[in-house]
Design a binder for this molecule. Structure first.
Ligand code: HEM
Length: 277
């Protein structure tokens, strides 16, 4: 994001602020790597990604073929996992719980569908997508409305193109604004209302809407999309299967407020998540 160099304090999205955050994250990753190195036992199966990486790196160093494997590269990969991989999915789930606290009828429908189609005895699997259309529709709707990446990543136009009558010369930096599609009332009437029903057809089947692009589109679309889709289905599904979500005071749901940054999050909220009776 080259333009952030123009946003110095009091704006908190400037280069200085971003550099500070990056430094903090990198120190954290570096400390984790050191801790892992101290406890690493190369004769045991790796306990996590960092151990697996360190074992592979050491093997390559011994063979005189380190290639691109280095602690710096590991730090960058941890950064990808942490920011692209974890923050996104967790934020989407936090939005899902927030919406369902505010839309108790929709939560009730999810509970009913789960009880009828799966029950509470067995674990969910991805095959259950076929029999849980309302859960699929809920996740689709959460991703439409939450817009957790309001700015998206930047790309460069590699040749002159014309889009919607505008000429965009080669080398221009562009950012695809998927929220403007997700909240377009021509595509989604009453766009700010949370309504999983939009994605259910007359026969009760889930219908995926091609205008909903939380993972972006094209060659550089999200690399973790299929993993993220599994996480959202299995984590939210299991929560719905076993838990009830309630306002902290038993009556008033937390307001749907957001904190906008490179990831748009719900404002911190309290709620109670209890085992279903
Ligand atoms: C709900 C969860 C997620 C959402 C909404 C999301 C969304 C996105 C978006 C919008 C992009 C930018 C695509 C573009 O440049 O046009 C992206 C890129 C990326 N995402 Fe995700 N993502 C999620 C989860 C994950 C997970 C779980 C991983 C990996 C474990 C991941 C890894 C990546 C990577 C590596 C890129 C960069 C791809 C590239 O530049 O070629 N994401 N993601």
């Amino acid at each position: 994001y080259p333009w952030i160099r123009y946003f110095e304090p009091p704006f908190n999205i400037g280069l200085k602020q971003m550099t500070l955050i990056n430094q903090k994250l990198n120190s954290f990753f570096s400390e984790e790597i050191q801790k892992h190195k101290e406890t690493l036992d190369e004769n045991q199966p790796p306990r996590d990604y960092t151990e697996a990486y360190l074992i592979e790196m050491n093997k390559r160093i011994k063979a005189g073929n380190q290639g691109s494997f280095s602690e710096w590269q590991l730090q960058a990969a941890m950064g990808d996992m942490w920011t692209a991989g974890m923050e996104t999915t967790v934020t989407t789930l936090r939005f899902a719980v927030l919406y369902l606290l505010n839309y108790p009828n929709e939560l009730k429908k999810l509970h009913e569908e789960m009880d009828e189609m799966v029950g509470r005895e067995r674990d969910l699997s991805m095959n259950d997508q076929k029999i849980l259309p309302y859960l699929c529709a809920t996740i689709h709707e959460v991703q439409r409305l939450a817009n957790i990446l309001p700015i998206n990543l930047t790309h460069t136009v590699i040749e002159d193109v014309v889009v919607g009558g505008y000429r965009i010369p080669k080398d221009t930096i562009v950012v695809a604004q998927t929220p403007s599609v997700h909240l377009d009332e021509k595509l989604f009437p009453d766009p700010y209302t949370f309504s999983p029903e939009r994605h259910i057809d007359a026969n009760g089947r889930f219908v995926k809407n091609d205008h909903i692009l939380p993972f972006s589109i094209g060659k550089r679309a999200c690399m973790g999309e299929s993993l993220a889709r599994m996480e959202l289905f299995l984590f939210l599904g299991s929560l719905v299967q076993h838990c009830d979500f309630r306002p902290a005071d038993g009556k008033t749901p937390p307001p749907i407020e957001t904190v906008t940054g490179s990831v748009q999050c719900p404002a911190p909220y309290d709620c109670v998540i209890v085992p279903r009776t």
